[in-house]
Design a protein around this ligand. Structure first.
Ligand SMILES: C[S@@+](CC[C@H](N)C(=O)[O-])C[C@H]1O[C@@H](n2cnc3c(N)ncnc32)[C@H](O)[C@@H]1O
Length: 256
């Protein structure tokens, strides 16, 4: 296993970069003593769990406007793998992503394009993160066009996901068709896996929206069920037995 101690300008201190099994890099969070990604592969997890298992790649071929809520931007893999999938598909669909992140130091390191985990990243990814521009308050934005004529609008909103400012932003930016729920584990970050949080997600999500995550813990499934989601355990492509896919159930207030 390859590990690097970072002396970069990461705040709060994010001590250790670690190479995962597919060659992509992750970080160990010093406070949580937990990696940002599975050791099986940061990039592989983004592609297999979030893109392939959600069906979003098929939606790129058919949809007109696809909205993705990326809960926990972190090192950027899930958001950038989503944009990559959209670019590779040659989609003409509009793609809107809202990424939530409360660690501004980590976000600024991501934007630098020289973070240790960005070793080997291609120029499209680097240009995208370096192209994120401040739009005021906690909001950052990058845009691009696909070869199929589709437009990307990528927003990053900095701040606690459960703050009033973030909730107002995500209700304004939805309804989301896909949610990538990736805010550290339920054990380390329980508030982001509670009924209150999934109820906010349900409000911000479209009917039948698909939420993907790695935790199949009983309390996570119970919290989702209690807040208007139907849950499925699905087989993984890694050493872990199951991932979780959830669909937002219809509500009386949904447009007909
Ligand atoms: C496991 S990492 C996400 C990895 C990321 N999805 C990627 O593809 O690289 C979890 C991220 O969620 C962020 N996070 C955790 N709790 C949060 C909260 N309440 N509000 C906003 N971001 C949060 C953390 O700062 C961290 O960057």
């Amino acid at each position: 296993m390859i590990e690097l101690y970072l002396n970069a300008n990461l705040t709060p201190p994010c001590g250790l970069a670690r190479q995962t099994a597919d060659g992509s890099w992750t970080l160990v969070h010093p406070g949580h003593s937990e990696c940002y990604h599975s050791a099986a592969g940061a990039l592989t997890e983004a592609r297999h769990l979030y893109l392939n298992s959600s069906g979003i790649l098929d939606t790129f071929a058919q949809g007109e406007c696809i909205r993705v809520l990326d809960v926990g931007l972190g090192l950027g893999y899930n958001a950038l793998a989503t944009i990559d999938g959209w670019l590779q598909s040659g989609s003409h669909a509009r793609l809107e992503i809202l990424s939530l992140e409360n660690d501004e130091g980590l976000f600024q390191t991501l934007r630098s394009g020289t973070a240790p985990w960005q070793m080997g990243w291609d120029s499209v990814w680097l240009n995208l993160v370096k192209g994120l521009r401040h739009k005021g308050g906690g909001l950052w934005q990058a845009t691009m066009l696909s070869s199929g004529g589709g437009a990307l609008l990528w927003h990053v909103f900095l701040g606690d996901a459960r703050s009033d400012a973030t909730i107002s932003e995500l209700l304004k930016s939805g309804p989301f068709d896909y949610v990538w729920q990736d805010p550290f584990s339920p054990k380390k970050n329980p508030g982001m896996w509670a009924t209150e949080w999934f109820s906010i997600m349900a409000l911000a999500a479209a009917e039948n929206a698909c939420l993907m995550t790695y935790s199949v813990a009983r309390r996570v499934r119970d919290a989702l069920l209690a807040s208007g989601w139907q849950v499925q355990k699905i087989p993984t492509t890694s050493h872990k037995k199951n991932w979780l896919r959830a669909f937002r159930l219809a509500r009386a207030e949904d447009p007909t």
